[in-house]
Design a protein around this ligand. Structure first.
Ligand code: GDP
Length: 140
């Protein structure tokens, strides 16, 4: 079943100049790009986006990292997009990520790990409209 997910090429990957290579991985894996936006988030915007992690010890550091430079938010569509993107991304910690995954190839650390991907349908339903309104997303 066709499904949408939210991905973010994180500030570390933009700063390294590997955004194009990461987008190519999405395209090669068959994802359709329905929306894309470069955004340099404020602390408040990052904190609201990651509100589910508010009580985690790394929350402040994560918000500082996500606001250190611009990132590229995108809506991707594919069959089973949420699970397939998570597989393509690899484990949160690049040291544990499988060979050939985006995080294995481009992440620097467990925090500066190159990409975000929605982890469930509920997360995608919150995250997609967090960055994009209906007019900014291509129709199917
Ligand atoms: P994800 O779904 O694989 O992105 O991982 P999580 O939802 O668990 O965490 C969200 C983000 O917080 C990760 O992508 C990392 O950028 C960051 N993060 C996760 N775990 C840690 C950690 O142990 N330390 C630090 N500094 N950052 C972390």
């Amino acid at each position: 079943m066709s499904q949408r997910t939210l991905t973010i090429v994180k500030p570390d990957a933009i700063a390294k100049g590997v955004a194009g290579q990461i987008i190519a991985r999405f395209e090669q894996a068959g994802f359709r790009i329905l929306a894309a936006k470069l955004i340099h988030m404020t602390h408040e915007q990052a904190a609201d986006f990651y509100a589910v992690h508010k009580s985690r010890p790394f929350f402040r550091s994560l918000c500082a990292f996500m606001t250190q430079g611009p990132c590229l938010a995108m809506v991707l569509e594919a069959d089973d997009a949420i699970a397939r993107l998570r597989e393509l991304m690899g484990a949160t910690d690049p040291a544990k990520a499988a060979p050939g995954t985006i995080r294995k190839d481009f992440a620097s650390s467990i925090e500066a790990n190159a990409v975000h991907g929605s982890d469930s349908a509920e997360s995608a339903a919150f995250e997609i409209p967090y960055f994009f309104n209906g007019l900014e997303i291509l129709p199917r």
